[in-house]
Design a protein around this ligand. Structure first.
Ligand SMILES: [Zn+2]
Length: 71
């Protein structure tokens, strides 16, 4: 189940938050950060080259991979 539905796994952890150890809670936070980062790849905060699919976190004028001008 882990890795399949990352948000669901996090919700399960949060449901039993009061029973988590400090160590498990730290792991949960790390997992949440990692999942959030992976989900944000498809968010509005990144720019994707329409030709080659390269992803940029700040918008470049031209794609560094294929040279396409990005608008
Ligand atoms: Zn490109």
């Amino acid at each position: 189940m882990e890795g399949h539905e990352p948000k669901g796994a996090i919700k399960n952890q949060i449901d039993k938050m009061e029973r988590l150890t400090e160590e498990d809670f730290d792991k949960l936070i790390i997992t949440m950060k990692r999942v959030r980062r992976s989900l944000r790849v498809d968010s509005m905060d990144v720019f994707k080259c329409s030709r080659c699919g390269s992803i940029y976190h700040t918008k470049p004028k031209f794609c560094g991979s294929c040279g396409l001008e990005l608008f």
